[in-house]
Design a protein around this ligand. Structure first.
Ligand code: GLY
Length: 396
């Protein structure tokens, strides 16, 4: 018998392996259905714990919660809003309303930069889906509180209080909080919010990034001269390493800032970061990053499911802002990430994992905190990414 040419064999192999894969529509529906069940169970637990919000699991394998002040407080209510969007189930809407109300007082919190995470994921999604007027006031008040942390001489919003010799530490994560400011600008007409967000994003491009588009975790400024006084890390493997979630906060943040402002420099920044991540020699085959791209011990280093989920969500959005070929490349990575996260390697079985959805997140490895555990924000961005993928043509 005549041998088939190699290219034909490769083509047949690709076709047969594609046909063995479950359609993404099924992956998404099954995963969101599991997520809805897990978070209904989580809600039953949280109902009996007034003022608390889920965070992770502790060393004894028990649920660890926090009050509204902790930076992750908005993710559980935000996930409930997303699940309401998916299911249209009024019971989930009521759960989302109750849990969202637990965070309202944080609108007056001027001691953190994390108000975007806390308020926009919760009240922001709630407002988007219901138009509830009282949520608007919470968001605008929250944006005003966040704006008080803007330090004009530096051009940035201060992330943390002074610590470890840093006068005015600004972390790359802070890019995520700008979405609240952009929303407040559009919904109040006050251009101060826009100016602060753009100033922060521009200054971050200037000082947080290396020529290869990787970023530092912490940049500290002198608030009098506005000069950079340190470029270091807090949650990464080393000052010069690329802490995975930090890289991906940047990817998501600049994609969002391009959406909100239309400024081409933010699109260019997002594309540069995407290329750094996608082409990195240590991005594993299943596309879930190690907790740091320069982690010691790769390939045995811990993976961070949260980084994988946030990256998938950002890439799906970014795919809509670029040419078709580049967009398809981003979507292939995001699809792989969602398939991996939706596999038994990362997805919890119903009723396990203290009712969190994903396994294997890394919060702060150098601080020996939250290593290889579920994380409320991993769940939030996983659900968001599934919903974003579902909205792509052909998936609904
Ligand atoms: N500060 C947010 C994070 O740990 O990613």
């Amino acid at each position: 018998m005549k041998k088939l040419p190699i290219y034909l064999l490769a083509f047949i192999f690709t076709l047969s392996s594609c046909s063995r894969q479950k359609p993404m529509k099924n992956v998404i529906d099954e995963s969101l259905s599991l997520a809805s069940k897990q978070y209904a169970l989580m809600f039953d637990v949280m109902k009996g714990m007034p003022d608390q919000l889920p965070r992770t699991i502790n060393a004894e394998g028990k649920l660890r919660t926090e009050n509204a002040r902790w930076w992750t407080s908005g993710f559980f209510p935000g996930s409930l809003w997303y699940l309401y969007e998916y299911t249209n189930d009024v019971k989930i809407k009521e759960s989302a309303e109750l849990i969202t109300s637990r965070i309202e007082k944080e609108k007056n919190n001027k001691g953190t930069h994390d108000l975007g995470f806390m308020l926009f994921c919760s009240f922001g999604n709630g407002f988007r889906l219901t138009g509830e007027e009282s949520y608007k006031e919470v968001l605008i008040t929250g944006a005003r509180s966040l704006s008080t942390r803007f330090r004009p001489n530096t051009g940035c919003i201060q992330s943390w209080g002074s610590r470890k010799g840093w006068t005015c530490p600004v972390i790359i994560d802070n890019m995520m909080n700008l979405e609240l400011l952009m929303w407040a600008f559009k919904n109040s007409g006050d251009s101060t919010f826009y100016k602060i967000a753009v100033s922060h994003a521009d200054t971050t491009i200037k000082n947080h990034f290396r020529p290869d588009f990787s970023s530092y975790h912490v940049v500290s400024y002198d608030t009098i001269t506005g000069l950079v006084e340190a470029k270091q890390t807090s949650q990464g493997a080393a000052d010069e390493s690329a802490w995975a979630r930090g890289q991906i906060w940047g990817l998501y943040g600049y994609t969002m800032m391009y959406r909100e402002t239309g400024l081409e420099r933010y699109l260019a920044q997002a594309r540069g970061i995407a290329d750094f991540l996608i082409n990195h020699r240590d991005l594993p085959e299943d596309k879930i990053p190690y907790w740091d791209f320069n982690a010691p011990g790769i390939p045995d280093a811990k993976r961070d499911a949260s980084a994988g989920a946030i990256m998938a969500s950002a890439l799906i959005e970014l795919s809509g802002y670029v040419d078709t070929e580049t967009g398809s490349k981003y979507l292939r990575i995001a699809e792989k990430q969602l398939r991996t996260l939706s596999s038994p390697a990362y997805l919890a079985k119903e009723g396990t994992n203290c009712n969190f959805i994903l396994l294997h997140g890394v919060g702060n490895l150098p601080g020996n905190s939250e290593v290889d555990v579920p994380l409320t924000y991993a769940d939030y961005y996983y659900i968001e990414a599934l919903l974003r993928y579902r909205k792509l043509p052909g998936n609904e």
